[in-house]
Structure formats: structure tokens, C-alpha cells
Design a protein around this ligand. Structure first.
Ligand SMILES: O=C(O)CCC(=O)C(=O)O
Length: 250
């Protein structure tokens, strides 16, 4: 059981940080497994699941749905510590694990993931779903840590539009009012976790450092929630159409 104050903070704010969930040895093993997986997967992953930087090195920016192609990362998403934690967030409802992704902000990358709510493209109803972020590197205000707006998860899904940022499909049409919510940067060390509710408004900034900022993201929903499949299918079609009009780095 995780301490009730962390669970209460998540419910109150729409996000929380759990330091030191994975040991340094575990993070070293996860990083090793990731490197091995990337060597196999990046070339063969379905188009759309892999996003590169447009730089000379073709640095990897995002790899989506890793759990579908890696038994190791499928198991990691179902790690008993993660499942128990998420079950507490969901007041003991059953937890369904949905996916694993990697976001690697390469050194000195200038793009942002603009303000958005994950449920603008996940469509959980009720929005009983959470993103769990596991830091593989230091995640700080300088390296592009998550910034969440406290209490914003209690509101509904605001109007979104295509963000124009590869990997971050949608962003708020109108940036949030700075006076309305307290903005909190979720600084993480390798092995720390953050949790954010699918309705929480959040963003990540550029990486001003000379180090990579790698996050593994795990998505979960509760057995009380159902996906609005018609909305999800429409979103998929819209995204495919939008990407066809864009120069995606390959
Ligand atoms: O890791 C990042 O930079 C972006 C994460 C994010 O916006 C998300 O998980 O929804």
C-alpha cells in the first residue's frame, strides 16, 4: 500500500510524484533492455509508432506501443508495484494496462509538447485513467520535465486542435489562464515516478541540457471506464489525414 497522503495529493491535484520506486540497478537493467529493444524495433515498428528528430543523427523522439512488440516492456507495464499503486488511485477497481511508450528529449531539442489533456485523444468515460511516467534520466525544468496544472483534472475536456508537434498530436486551442491554476514542475530523478490524471492539463518544455531526458510512459484505465470507440476511431482517421499533409521526419 502506498501512503495515503500521496494518493490524496493525486486526487486533490490531479498529479503526484513517487520518488525512488525503481532502484538504480533496476533502471540500469531497464535502460539496457530498452537499448536492445530499440536496435530491433525502430526499423520495423509500424509507421506512426516511431517519431524521429529532423536532425542529422535522426535521434529517436518517440516510440509508441512498445508493449505490443516487447514481452519485457509488456511485463514492466504490469509490474506489481505499478498495478497496486494504480489500483489505489482507482479506489480498488480493476486496473487495465493499456500501453507503454518512450519519449526521449534529445540534448538541446527546442520543441515543446504544448498544453493538452490526454483524454482529448483517449476518450475514457468516466475519465478514470492515468498516465504513469518513469524517469530514466534526470527530468528537470531545464531538461523538459512535465508541468501540470493543479486541480485542472476536475474540469472537462477543453477544445483541442492538432499541435503541429510530431509525437504530441493535440493541444489546447486556448492556452490555460495562468491565474486559474497553480503550475507545478514534476522534477524526477531516474527511478522516480510521476502520475497524472487523463484530464490534467500539462505540457513539457524544451531540453536545454546536454543530456537526454528519457521517460517511459505507462497508461492505465479502471474497469469502471469505457473508451468512446466512435470518438477514438474518428480521432485516428483525423490524425492519419493530418499526418499525410505533414513532412514527418523518416
Ligand atoms: O514526456 C514528455 O515529454 C511528454 C509527456 C506527455 O505529455 C504525456 O505523457 O502526455
Amino acid at each position: 500500500m502506498y501512503d495515503e497522503s500521496t494518493i490524496a495529493a493525486y486526487k486533490q491535484n490531479g498529479f503526484a510524484v513517487i520518488p525512488g520506486m525503481f532502484s538504480a540497478e533496476e533502471i540500469a537493467e531497464i535502460a539496457r533492455q530498452l537499448e536492445a529493444h530499440l536496435r530491433l524495433d525502430v526499423a520495423s515498428a509500424p509507421k506512426g509508432d516511431v517519431i524521429f528528430e529532423a536532425d542529422a543523427e535522426r535521434s529517436l523522439r518517440c516510440l509508441f506501443r512498445i508493449h505490443e512488440r516487447s514481452a519485457y516492456f509488456d511485463q514492466l507495464m504490469r509490474d506489481a508495484r505499478l498495478m497496486q499503486l494504480v489500483q489505489q488511485l482507482f479506489d480498488s477497481a480493476d486496473v487495465i494496462a493499456d500501453g507503454t511508450m518512450l519519449i526521449d528529449k534529445a540534448p538541446l531539442t527546442t520543441y515543446e509538447f504544448p498544453w493538452h489533456q490526454d483524454n482529448a485523444y483517449q476518450f475514457w468515460n468516466p475519465p478514470d485513467a492515468v498516465a504513469v511516467t518513469l524517469a530514466l534520466d534526470d527530468s528537470t525544468a531545464e531538461s523538459g520535465a512535465l508541468v501540470c496544472l493543479s486541480g485542472s483534472h476536475r474540469g472537462s475536456i477543453l477544445p483541442h486542435q492538432p499541435s503541429g508537434v510530431f509525437g504530441a498530436s493535440r493541444c489546447l486551442v486556448t492556452p490555460p489562464n495562468a491565474d486559474e491554476f497553480r503550475s507545478v514542475t514534476l522534477s524526477l530523478k531516474p527511478g522516480d515516478l510521476s502520475l497524472h490524471h487523463v484530464n490534467t492539463i500539462h505540457r513539457t518544455g524544451p531540453n536545454h541540457t546536454s543530456q537526454h531526458r528519457r521517460n517511459l510512459g505507462f497508461a492505465y484505465h479502471s474497469s469502471r471506464s469505457a473508451c468512446d470507440q466512435a470518438a477514438a476511431d474518428q480521432y485516428k482517421r483525423d490524425l492519419e489525414k493530418f499526418l499525410q499533409t505533414q513532412q514527418v521526419p523518416v
